[in-house]
Design a protein around this ligand. Structure first.
Ligand SMILES: Nc1nc2c(c(=O)[nH]1)N[C@H]1C(S)=C(S)[C@@H](COP(=O)(O)O)O[C@H]1N2
Ligand SMILES: [Mo]
Length: 431
């Protein structure tokens, strides 16, 4: 199959139909690791308890009695902290952020989820060029240095793959799902770069240009068509992430970034933008990344990611140790702007409580929510439901399925849930 530029569509190259929507396969690996970590923590508790009863315990040296380590040129995590991305699919086409291991809203750059259709290209920043042409007065080749000379924009933004959470469409989802395995194709960073409106003014974009195509320089030569309104609104060419150059896996040295829109359209390793008066109909906006509708047609260009939330604590494979105070916490986000409200239920939706939204609450960014709960030791069913500033509230799964056609797999934003059993164990259980 050839795409409109006569180049091979990624399908030919990969022979692989690995998709964003499938459930991560490494879940049991994570589970095993987490259980081992849990066992180690439990053993630690036993040793402490034993020590008070006079057992001999091997202790680390008193850190106040020995000189500490010297400064280093590049820092690293404590060896006691080992958060890991979860690789999914046999072809390794994506990795998921360990949402349950993070605090606040930022994703450390090395834990940012990845999705690439044909691997991570190696690009020499000195030879990098971005071509902007088509319906413009001055077709221009920009170097990376050129891009960095323009006024910079910087924003905290989420990016979510439209295939995220596809496993939650299943009528009997795996109870051993974790926030990471079900919804880990979501990350939040501070993205810095140049506004596309700045570049399009620089090249003299024609007033009658209504779409532009963005093309990547990876082996997938991934392309997407994007309406010009997004360029005049808030699209950017990002070259920095969380204060440093973006990572190779995130599109080094520069990518398109479309705040609040499905991750797929934020073309990484971008080498070309062509302005035109129609969409280009790439594979990833025709055969993929479309949403089937009940009448048998499919909806194209479902760009905006609707409001969604996910509890990240307490969740499988963690276990509540004893009745008492539990702070339920998680993320809420919407591609339409601000999260206005998050409600939490501990009884499967019979009653709802407003969660506290942690500042900052920013548009098109994840918002951390918290809800203090007294666990009485009985069975409970934890749910979260987000409402955004447009008044839209996160639906239940059946509502999404009713609005879509058979085979729906993208834009899975229904309410997520977790069942707590009397023994404190927790299982993934959306409603
Ligand atoms: N050039 C190129 N851009 C791409 C992709 C790709 O395979 N090639 N994958 C897309 C998809 S499906 C997603 S979800 C996001 C993922 O961005 P991330 O890997 O930085 O998290 O990049 C998008 N941009
Ligand atoms: Mo994606």
């Amino acid at each position: 199959m050839k795409d409109r530029n006569g180049e091979h569509a990624p399908e030919d190259l990969t022979g692989n139909d690995l998709e964003d929507g499938i459930e991560a396969s490494g879940g049991s690996g994570l589970t095993r690791r987490a259980l081992i970590a849990g066992a180690a923590a439990a053993a630690g508790t036993a040793i402490t308890a034993g020590a008070t009863r006079g057992l001999v315990v091997q202790e680390a040296p008193d850190p106040t009695k020995v000189a500490g380590a010297r400064p280093v040129v590049v820092g690293s995590r404590s060896p006691h902290e080992t958060p890991r991305k979860l690789l999914s699919g046999s072809m390794g086409g994506s990795s998921r952020t360990p949402l349950q291991d993070l605090h606040g809203i930022m994703t450390p750059a090395d834990l940012h989820f990845e999705r690439h259709h044909h691997g991570i290209p190696e690009i020499d920043p000195a030879r990098y060029r971005l071509l902007i042409h088509g319906m413009v007065d001055r077709p221009t080749l920009f170097t990376l240095e050129d891009l960095k000379r323009f006024p910079q924009v910087s924003k905290l933004l989420f990016i979510e793959c439209s295939g995220n959470g596809g496993g939650a469409y299943s009528p009997s989802p795996n109870p051993e799902n974790t926030p990471q395995s079900i919804d880990g194709l979501l990350s939040t960073s501070e993205w810095s770069g140049v506004a596309l409106s700045t570049l399009f003014e620089e090249v003299g974009a024609h007033a009658d240009a209504t779409w532009f195509l963005a093309e990547g320089s990876d082996a997938a030569v991934m392309g997407r068509s994007i309406p010009m309104e997004k360029a005049w609104d808030d699209a950017m060419i990002a070259y920095a992430q969380n204060g440093e150059a973006i990572r190779p896996e995130q599109g080094y040295p520069a990518r398109v970034f479309l705040p609040g829109w499905e991750g797929n359209a934020s073309v990484k390793w971008v080498r070309r933008l062509e302005l035109s008066d129609r969409p280009s109909m790439f594979r990833d906006e025709t055969s993929k990344y479309t949403d089937p509708l009940p009448d048998g047609t499919a909806r194209q260009f479902s760009f905006v990611m609707d409001a969604k939330s996910v509890i990240t604590y307490p969740t499988y494979p963690r276990r509540l140790s004893e009745p008492g105070f539990v702070e339920i916490s998680g993320y809420a986000w919407t591609g339409r702007g601000l999260i206005e409200r998050v409600e939490v239920s501990t009884d499967g939706g019979d009653s709802w409580h407003d969660a506290v939204l942690q500042e900052p609450v920013l548009p098109k960014c994840t918002t951390r929510f918290r809800h203090g709960w007294e666990w009485d030791g009985g069975p409970a069913h934890l749910l979260s439901r987000a409402t955004d500033e447009t008044g839209y509230t996160q639906p239940v799964r059946q509502q999404v399925l009713d609005a879509r056609g058979p085979g729906t797999r993208y834009h899975s934003n229904a309410i997520r849930g977790w069942r707590v059993a009397s023994d404190g164990s927790i299982a993934f259980a959306p409603v």
